[in-house]
Design a protein around this ligand. Structure first.
Ligand code: ADP
Ligand code: MG
Length: 729
């Protein structure tokens, strides 16, 4: 890219107008979900008996028969064709991240030389994508060479760009999961069973407990011309070099600022697409950083919410292009500017309509609330290192535990009120806690468990895991991540803790203790033992790092080493006892995590090497030679003044020379470090080598190039600068 082209791109971006959005004449309630084969469409397109049978299978979570699948497939095909779909695909989430599709047309030979459109139950229920092209961590080498995808009847099919998409799990022939959905469904099942048992202590009518997820997706928008002029953005999704612009987010004026019109058009369009796909997006606003925004839906059941988030990430990318933007989902696209996360608002609720993290009106309801809260805190405490492993990736490593980011330590913020209530339960004398059951019908049964109305304004933005009134908010999740990774660990860990809790309470009851007393005794123990995870202070402070280490919390700062948490005995025990992942799966999935980490860094390192040697150094040397030229001429012309007049030039020549030389030697060292790392066989050791030896070289290269950006003539600089990328829209 020449600097001339850069200026042309900037001009183009600057002149761009908002793209028109065709607003439907109807209100959202008319078109919401029109591209989804939901129960309304099922009712319309399926015979009554088939409809009833399918609904039962969905609620009771049992598989459907082949004959029912044939009927459903036929109805689905007719609906899809009525909505102009021509292809179908199984839609799944492989471990690479993102989603995968393999499109097939509905057409079949009709035996008379023509074609008819057909879709059988067999094709609906199961497909065999070529699994060898997806990462599997060696499972298929040891086991079976093929994998298959199978319909998840709990997530409805939908039409995207004329293709009927069928949400599926993706597993090997021997039953090992090769995706995120399979273990997520298992974890949701585990937490359903475990939480139902505990919820029944308080209300015997409870039959199921659902897990809910409300994600908040942060992202950046960059004009597409400027984006395409940055090879690093195109190839890696983030800027590998670039000096901070003079104005950044210091003015803090973006958050509440008006949404720019081009962005507003994009948001409106995106919202329309989402609503037609049945995704209940509700909130849209600017974020802290310039050109950073957020999108959030109304929360839904976790599996569906997660499918919707994956779908939203796809739809965002497409919609952005229609508006001449590119969407950046990377966790840290710009150094020195806020990164992007995806808060996972999580809660549990019963089929009888109670939210288990909402304080209630009776003492019993409040004891239930405190029970589920204490259990969650204990689970997060026990598995804090694992939860961190679940959200870690090469991208999120820049957002957590890196230079200008919060430390990679998981702690829970409760707010002062809830914190006080938890502690007062521990401190209360046993006599005060008796007779709770008898008093349960009164709203203020006892001093220790008062009617709780939590103050919603008691918030702490620095906490990675916060209680926010009626839910927990897992904020450390990365913007590009599949939320399932975090949701698998969280739900499974809570399920395990619920099971342990129930065993202990049951043992006490069997030994003659009254149920409520037994519950209170166990809740007190949990609150006491999980105190180290509770931290309401400033998570960004240096003191916290030391304090957290003293408390025994996981302080590992190196991303590939964080994945070790998956293989610790207590993690393996947790995953296997809840039936969420086997040890074979855990090992295989970790191989994939390490491999993905290495690949991401490897690609970045290559792109950076290319940018450094072929884009930056040539320009820097050309400018230096201009300065040298100028200085020589100055000396010729005014021999006695040259020293003072040319002093600045000489200094610039010096500096440019120092930085270009440093870039060259750092690049050479980086290439060397890569070669050494590539020769390592173990995926874990290789990823660690990339982290320990390649990443530091990349950071050094960047530092020198960013200095050069300030020294070299703006007219010559080949890449759009931060001020252009971040402020033009
Ligand atoms: P914030 O103030 O953090 O921006 P919002 O009120 O906008 O939060 O809500 C953020 C997300 O939390 C939304 O997706 C919302 O639907 C979700 N949410 C609200 N209550 C719950 C709950 N009980 N369980 C799960 N998610 C919830
Ligand atoms: Mg939030």
């Amino acid at each position: 890219m020449s600097s001339k082209l850069r200026f042309k791109m900037v001009e183009e971006a600057f002149d761009r107008k908002a793209a028109p959005v065709a607003l439907p004449a109807e209100r959202p309630e008319k078109y919401f979900g029109e591209l989804v084969f939901d129960s309304r469409k099922m009712f319309e397109y399926l015979p009554r008996t088939a409809y009833d049978e399918l609904q039962r299978a969905i609620t009771d979570k049992h598989p459907i028969s082949r004959s029912l699948a044939d009927i459903v497939a036929d109805g689905m095909r007719r609906w899809a064709i009525d909505n102009d779909a021509r292809h179908y695909t199984h839609w799944f989430a492989p471990l690479t991240g993102g989603t995968a599709e393999k499109h097939d047309a509905f057409i079949q030979h009709d035996g008379k030389g023509g074609v008819i459109e057909e879709f059988s139950g067999k094709l609906l229920v199961q497909q065999e994508p070529d699994a060898s092209s997806f990462p599997n961590g060696g499972i298929r080498n040891t086991f079976e060479a093929r994998g298959y995808s199978a319909w998840d009847i709990s997530s409805p099919a939908f039409i995207l760009d004329g293709t009927l998409c069928i949400p599926t799990i993706f597993i090997s022939y021997t039953g090992e999961s090769l995706d995120y959905k399979t273990p997520l469904l298992r974890a949701l099942n585990a937490v359903d069973q475990a939480a139902t048992a505990v919820a029944r202590y308080f209300d015997p009518e409870v039959k199921h407990v659902q897990s809910f997820l409300g994600w908040e997706q942060e992202y950046f928008l960059v004009d597409e011309s400027l984006y395409s002029a940055r090879p690093d953005l195109v190839m890696t999704g983030r800027t590998l070099i670039g000096h901070e612009s003079a104005r950044n987010q210091q003015l803090e004026d973006h958050y509440f600022g008006a949404i720019p019109s081009r962005v507003e058009a994009f948001m409106l369009d995106l919202e329309l697409q989402c609503h037609r796909l049945g995704i209940p997006v509700k909130t849209r606003h600017n974020e802290v950083a310039p050109n950073q925004f957020e999108l959030a839906p109304i929360y839904e059941e976790t599996n569906l919410a997660n499918d919707h988030n994956l779908l939203v990430m796809t739809v965002m990318a497409e919609t952005a292009r229609r508006h001449n933007f590119r969407v950046l989902l990377h966790e840290k696209p710009f150094a020195g500017v806020n990164g992007s996360g995806k808060h996972n608002n999580w809660s549990l609720g019963t089929d009888t309509g109670d939210m288990l993290f909402s304080p209630g009106r009776t003492a019993l309801a409040n004891l239930r609330f405190l029970t589920f809260t204490a259990i969650t805190m204990a689970a997060v405490h026990r598995h804090n290192g694992l939860l961190k492993g679940a959200i870690m990736s090469a991208g999120n490593a820049h957002r957590l535990g890196a230079n200008e980011a919060p430390p990679a330590i998981i702690s829970i913020f409760t707010g002062t009120q809830l914190g006080r209530i938890l502690e007062s339960l521990v401190a209360a004398p046993a006599t005060d806690l008796s007779n709770l059951r008898a008093k349960a019908e009164y709203s203020l049964g006892m001093a220790q468990i008062p009617e709780i109305t939590l103050d919603d304004t008691d918030r702490n933005r620095t906490s990675p895991f916060a209680f926010t009134g009626n839910r927990f908010e897992f904020r450390a999740v990365g913007s590009a991540a599949n939320c399932a990774s975090a949701m698998i660990v969280l739900n499974a860990a809570v399920a395990e803790q619920l099971n342990i809790f129930r065993d202990k309470v049951d043992a006490r009851v069997a030994a003659g203790e009254e149920l409520t007393e037994a519950i209170i005794a166990e809740v007190r123990t949990l609150i006491e033992s999980s105190r180290p995870i509770h931290f309401d202070g400033n998570g960004y402070s240096d003191e916290w790092k030391e304090e957290a280490a003293r408390r025994g919390l996981d302080c590992e700062n190196c991303a590939p080493r964080m994945f070790d948490a998956y293989l610790r005995p207590e993690s393996v025990e947790m995953f296997t006892s809840t039936g969420v992942l086997t040890e074979v799966e855990l090992r295989a999935r970790n191989e994939v995590k390490w491999e993905m980490y290495t690949k991401k860094v490897q690609i970045e390192a290559r792109v950076l090497g290319d940018l450094a040697l072929n884009h930056i150094i040539p320009v820097a040397t050309r400018y230096r030679s201009e300065l040298v030229d100028n200085l020589i001429k100055l000396r010729d012309l005014m021999p006695d003044k040259a020293e003072s007049y040319g002093a600045g030039d000489l200094e610039a020549i010096e500096k440019i020379s120092v930085h270009t030389a440093a870039v060259r030697s750092e690049v050479a060292e980086m290439v060397e470090a890569r070669k050494k790392a590539n020769a390592i066989n173990s995926e874990r050791e290789k990823a660690i080598a990339y982290h320990d030896t390649v990443v530091p070289r990349m950071e050094a290269i960047r530092r020198h190039i960013d200095k050069l950006e300030l020294l070299v003539d703006n007219e010559l600089w080949p890449l759009p600068k931060y001020r252009e990328l971040l402020f033009i829209r």
